[in-house]
Design a protein. Structure first.
Length: 84
């Protein structure tokens, strides 16, 4: 069994998705649990929901994948760096 937990973290609409043996088993947006529209941060509750739905524990995961786009907000990051 291969279990992958994918996280969309630190961006608006934080979410988690669990894929087991190439099939999507569970997915959830964090805002469904926090009741905060477009919530950003680490989707802890969504990840726990996905694992509970599949009956898995964190130790049974093979991979935890977190999205990253280093080009996102490049101008804002550069301006902050220059101010620093």
């Amino acid at each position: 069994m291969t279990a992958i937990l994918g996280l969309n973290a630190h961006h608006a609409d934080a979410a988690a998705c669990l894929i087991v043996d190439g099939r999507v088993v569970a997915a959830a947006e964090e805002e469904r649990f926090t009741r905060v529209k477009h919530w950003a941060g680490v989707p802890e509750r969504a990840a726990r929901f996905c694992l509970d739905w599949a009956g898995l524990e964190p130790g049974q995961l093979d991979v935890i994948a977190v999205n990253a786009d280093h080009r996102a907000n490049r101008g804002v990051k550069l301006a902050a760096l220059l101010r620093w």
